[in-house]
Write a protein that binds this ligand. Structure first.
Ligand code: GLU
Length: 445
C-alpha cells in the first residue's frame, strides 16, 4: 500500500508550486487506490510557532477542498513534540546528536574563510572537539547550545530516485545539519523524518530543492532503525521565461478563483506539466490517474504559463454540464441558456454578460435606412415556431434576396444589440416571442 503526504508549513497561502506537490502526492496515493488502497496524509509542518498561523492552516484546508485534493488524515507537528523529544533523546544517547555553541556570526565567518580558500562551506565539526569542561564553561556563560545531527561519513548515501534515477551523496561533503535551535524549537529535518516513520510514509515526492535534505534524512531513517521510504524529486516550477518567478510564489487558489479558473483546469495542467504526456483539457480524474507515472517526469524545470492555464480553462468551461455550474449562473438561466452561451465564455461568470442579451434591456445601434426597411420586413415575416430563427432567415432570404452578413447581422443587432455572440438559433427561443417581436418592431420604427 502506498502512503504519501503533503507537508506544507502554514506560514503563507499555498502557491502553484505547493499545489502541484500536493496534487502529485494525492495522485500517487489515489492511483494505487484502485489496486491496493493508498493513503494521502496532510501534515501541517507547524513547529515554527512564530511564523505558523492558524489562518493559514485553515486556508490550506480550504484550498485543498476547493481543488478536491482530499486528505485521508491530518497530522500536526505541533501536537507531536513529545515524539520528537523521544527520538532526540535516543539519537543523543546513540551519539548521533551533539551540541554546538557557535553563534550565527561565527558560523558566517567560518563559511567566508572556507569560501575564500576555495573550500566547500561545510561545518567543520569544531563543536565535537570541545571537552566536557569547555562545554560546561559555555553553559555557565549562559550560552545555550543548538544541536546537530552527526552524519556517518563511512556510510555512503544512495537512493533510486523516482524522477532523477540513482542519486549518490558523499556524507563528508555535507554539513551536519542543525536539527534543534538553542531555544529548544525544532528545525524541519528531524521531525519530518520521525513523522515519515511513524505515519508509515512509503513514498516521499517533493521538489528538487529537497534533494540534499533527503541525503541527510536517509541517514536519519537508518539511525532510527527504519527503512527509508522511496524518494522522488520533481523539477521545480518556473515562469514561462524559464526562471524561478516571484509571481508563481504568490499565485494561489484565491487568485485563480477570482479569475474564474476552474479547479479542474488547474488539476489538468499541473498533473501533466513537466511530464512527457500532453497537457489536455481532461476533467476525468480517473484518466489523469491512469496515465500518471513518475517515469514520465522530466529533469528540466516545468514551465508554468498562465496563458496555458487560461486556454485549458476555456476548453473545460465549454464542456461543463449545466448541473455542475447551475449554482453559479445568473437567475433564470436554465440548461438551454447555459448551452447557448457556453461556447462564448472563457469563464462561468461571463455567462452573466451574455444572459443580459436575453433578459434585456438591450441597446440597439443606429441602423441605416436600408437596414431599417429590412428590419421592417423582418418584423412582418416574424413567426413563432419550433425554429423561429431558421424560419425567419429563410423567409427573409426569399423576400429580400439578402444573404450572408447582410442577412444576419442587422437581425442579430436588432435582437441582441451586439455584432457577435451566441448562436441565434439557440438564443432566439430564449428571448421569447413577445420580446423578440418588440425588439424587431423597435428597430424597424
Ligand atoms: N514543510 C516542508 C516544506 O514545505 C516539507 C518538505 C517535505 O515534503 O518533506 O518544504
Amino acid at each position: 500500500m502506498t502512503v504519501t503526504r503533503f507537508a506544507p508549513s502554514p506560514t503563507g497561502r499555498l502557491h502553484v508550486g505547493n499545489i502541484r506537490t500536493a496534487l502529485h502526492n494525492w495522485m500517487l496515493a489515489r492511483k494505487t487506490d484502485t489496486q491496493a488502497g493508498g493513503t494521502f496524509v496532510l501534515r501541517i509542518d507547524d513547529t515554527d510557532a512564530e511564523r505558523s498561523r492558524e489562518e493559514y492552516v485553515e486556508a490550506i484546508r480550504e484550498d485543498l477542498a476547493w481543488l478536491r485534493i482530499e486528505a485521508d488524515s491530518e497530522e500536526r507537528q505541533s501536537q507531536r513534540l513529545d515524539t520528537y523529544e523521544a527520538a532526540f533523546a535516543k539519537l543523543l544517547k546513540a551519539g548521533r546528536i551533539y551540541p554546538a555553541f557557535e553563534t550565527q556570526q561565527e558560523l558566517e565567518l567560518k563559511r567566508k574563510i572556507q569560501l575564500g580558500r576555495g573550500l566547500p562551506p561545510i561545518y567543520d565539526r569544531a563543536a565535537l572537539d570541545l571537552t566536557d569542561g569547555q562545554r560546561a564553561e559555555k553553559e555557565a556563560e549562559g550560552i545555550q547550545p543548538h544541536w546537530r545531527f552527526k552524519l556517518d561519513y563511512d556510510e555512503q548515501i544512495s537512493w533510486e530516485d523516482g524522477v532523477r534515477g540513482r542519486v549518490k551523496f558523499d556524507p563528508a561533503q555535507l554539513s551536519d545539519p542543525v536539527i534543534r535551535r538553542a531555544d529548544g524549537s525544532w528545525l524541519y529535518m528531524l521531525p519530518s523524518t520521525v513523522d515519515d516513520i511513524d505515519m508509515g510514509i512509503t513514498q516521499v515526492l517533493r521538489g528538487e530543492d529537497h534533494v540534499s535534505n533527503t541525503a541527510v534524512q536517509i541517514q536519519m531513517f537508518i539511525a532510527m532503525g527504519a527503512q527509508p521510504p522511496a524518494f522522488a524529486h520533481e523539477a521545480l516550477l518556473v515562469g514561462k521565461e524559464g526562471k524561478l518567478s516571484k509571481r508563481l510564489g504568490s499565485l494561489g487558489c484565491d487568485a485563480f478563483r477570482e479569475r474564474g479558473i476552474e479547479p479542474e483546469a488547474i488539476i489538468a495542467l499541473l498533473a501533466r506539466l513537466g511530464t512527457s504526456l500532453p497537457v489536455e483539457p481532461i476533467v476525468d480524474r480517473a484518466v489523469l490517474l491512469d496515465t500518471f507515472d513518475l517515469s514520465t517526469f522530466g529533469r528540466a524545470p516545468a514551465k508554468f504559463d498562465e496563458a496555458d492555464l487560461e486556454r485549458l480553462n476555456t476548453a473545460i468551461v465549454h464542456e461543463m454540464p449545466y448541473g455542475e455550474v447551475k449554482d453559479r449562473l445568473p437567475d433564470g438561466m436554465d440548461e438551454a441558456g447555459w448551452h447557448a452561451v457556453r461556447p462564448n465564455v472563457t469563464t462561468v461568470s461571463e455567462a452573466q454578460e451574455w444572459w443580459r442579451l436575453v433578459t434585456g434591456p438591450i441597446e440597439q445601434p443606429e441602423f441605416s435606412q436600408e437596414d431599417e426597411a429590412y428590419l421592417g420586413e423582418a418584423a412582418q415575416a416574424f413567426a413563432w415556431g419550433d425554429n423561429p430563427w431558421g424560419a425567419l432567415t429563410a423567409a427573409l432570404k426569399d423576400r429580400t434576396g439578402r444573404k450572408g452578413k447582410a442577412l444576419f447581422l442587422p437581425l442579430r443587432q436588432a435582437l441582441t444589440g451586439m455584432d457577435h455572440g451566441p448562436d441565434m438559433g439557440e438564443l432566439l427561443p430564449l428571448i421569447g416571442e413577445d420580446e423578440a417581436r418588440a425588439r424587431l418592431d423597435r428597430a424597424a420604427a
